[in-house]
Design a protein around this ligand. Structure first.
Ligand SMILES: *[C@@H]1O[C@H](CO)[C@@H](O)[C@H](O)[C@H]1NC(C)=O
Ligand SMILES: *[C@@H]1O[C@H](CO)[C@@H](O)[C@H](O)[C@H]1NC(C)=O
Ligand SMILES: *[C@@H]1O[C@H](CO)[C@@H](O)[C@H](O)[C@H]1NC(C)=O
Ligand SMILES: *[C@@H]1O[C@H](CO)[C@@H](O)[C@H](O)[C@H]1NC(C)=O
Ligand SMILES: [Mn+2]
Length: 437
């Protein structure tokens, strides 16, 4: 484990030094003492393999084992001679580009930032946008910090091949780097949502989503408008995301909705909140009822995954299935059908419909995250990643992660941030894999 890391760091350093080399000036002149590999020259006898421990080996075999590559000899002579040459005092040419992953102004996965709300002409394939809002929760607040949290958790994302993306070797997700697959992905920042009136805040979100959706796509093979991944925010925000996605991409009978959650969220608004005031009837437990009523959700093609919270009234299950048209996989169904089995069944339910996927962080088990309404008996991180990758091929026009409660100084805040980011990473994989230019 150690050696590749050390080499990597030193290789980086050499690049930086090489970069500063003046034309015609040979900084790395061969020195007579510099003869071994870079590792030999820097660490010397600390790591040299001693012949006496391998009595049966010829010296040729030993040399093969310990390496005789002299390609880096000239570079390593810089270290050997201990003559580090710094750039000119006013030279900042090595400040361009990315610094270490934990530094810098934070966008999701280091994506370029875009002024999406005002520069309407810019062509964008996929936009990340935050919805910092938690006025709709019935239990634990803090999701207003979720967009920032997801970005903080995404700092190690943005490039490279993930060896567990895709569930098998013939999957198109395998070896896909969604950030560099030819689609333009940007971070639009957050929609400014007032913390004082949820009606105004949700309307602000709708107008923000609409403004982003109006952008033309750049390299997409399937869509003329920009698709959005929203960082929430409590689950109420999905109503506005769905409304704008439906108006942009929807068919007459709505979008197929894949809803990962511990709760059904189609609760009767008269019971949950509506008993207090009409204003209170729209919240994170009723938004799916309203979305269905408004026609954004395709009945018979929509599904809950991970359900385990108790129902409030005896009519909830009937209302959910018959009035709202959802099929349900509970968290224990994953033990019965397996992660790949569940993924196959979800794909069958949504068919070739346009899909909106909304992911409530409380899908994960209670010990892993902080979220609006935590429930025992949830999914593991690996189960979630396998199910999501098993959805490869769905026509995903929009998605969000919600109930990302990363309020300052709260427990599990760091793992909540990381898991939120990781789910978005999987969602980007699903959105890109079907649309590689
Ligand atoms: C491999 O993954 C792809 C994409 O999810 C799927 O279509 C295919 O059936 C899988 N193959 C096997 C052998 O599981
Ligand atoms: C879009 O496609 C063009 C033409 O193939 C390519 O040069 C460009 O890099 C692509 N944009 C992105 C963001 O990948
Ligand atoms: C995208 O625009 C082109 C050109 O106007 C049109 O032919 C095509 O049907 C549109 N595609 C979608 C998915 O709307
Ligand atoms: C949903 O499926 C049921 C049973 O197959 C059918 O009776 C109903 O008409 C379907 N609803 C819609 C909106 O397609
Ligand atoms: Mn929810």
């Amino acid at each position: 484990m150690r050696h590749p890391v050390i080499l990597f760091l030193f290789c980086n350093q050499i690049h930086a030094l090489n970069f500063r080399q003046e034309p015609g000036q040979d900084v790395f002149q061969e020195h007579p003492e510099a003869s071994g590999t870079l590792m030999d020259d820097i660490f010397g006898s600390l790591i040299t393999i001693d012949n006496q421990f391998f009595p049966g080996q010829t010296s040729e075999q030993m040399q093969q084992y310990s390496g005789s590559d002299t390609t880096h000899a000239s570079a390593s002579s810089v270290f050997k001679l201990n003559k580090l040459r710094f750039p000119e005092d006013d030279d900042l040419s090595d400040f361009t580009g990315l610094g270490p992953l934990y530094s810098g102004i934070v966008t999701f996965a280091h994506l370029p930032e875009s002024n999406c709300f005002f520069d309407q002409e810019e062509a964008i394939d996929i936009a990340i946008s935050g919805a910092p809002f938690d006025l709709g929760v019935s239990y634990n607040s803090g999701a207003r910090f979720g967009p920032n949290g997801a970005r903080q958790g995404s700092r190690r994302l943005g490039s490279g091949n993930n060896p567990i993306r895709g569930n098998n070797k013939s999957s198109k997700l395998r070896r896909l780097d969604p950030y560099h697959a030819g689609l333009k992905i940007v971070d639009c920042g957050d929609v400014p949502m007032t913390p004082f009136d949820s009606r105004i805040a949700l309307n602000q979100l709708y107008r923000g989503q609409r403004a982003i959706h109006k952008h033309p796509s750049l390299n997409s093979t399937r869509y003329n408008q920009t698709r959005i991944v929203t960082l929430g925010g409590d689950h109420t925000i999905t109503l506005m995301n769905l409304k704008s996605a439906f108006e942009t991409f929807g068919e007459i009978d709505g979008l197929a909705v894949i809803h990962f959650d511990a709760h059904i969220d189609t609760w009767d608004p008269k019971v949950l909140g509506g008993g207090i005031s009409d204003y209170a009837s729209l919240n994170h437990g009723t938004f799916l009822h309203y979305a269905t009523e408004a026609g954004y959700v395709s009945k018979n093609h929509s599904v809950h995954v991970g359900i385990r919270a108790p129902f409030i009234s005896s009519d909830d299950e009937r209302h959910d299935a018959e009035d709202c048209g959802f099929q349900t996989f509970t968290s224990k169904d994953i033990d019965i059908y397996g992660t790949r089995g569940i993924a196959k069944m979800i794909k069958k339910i949504v068919g070739d419909k346009k899909v909106y996927l909304t992911f409530d962080l409380d899908t994960f088990d209670v010990g892993l995250v902080n979220s609006g309404t935590l429930e025992a008996g949830g999914l593991s991180t690996r189960e979630v990643l396998t199910i999501l990758d098993g959805l490869e091929g769905i026509d995903l026009v929009g998605s969000d992660i919600v109930e990302v409660s990363t309020a300052p100084n709260t427990i599990n805040s760091a793992s909540t941030e990381l898991l939120a980011a990781q789910v978005v990473d999987s969602l980007l994989g699903l959105m890109v894999v079907n649309d590689i230019p």
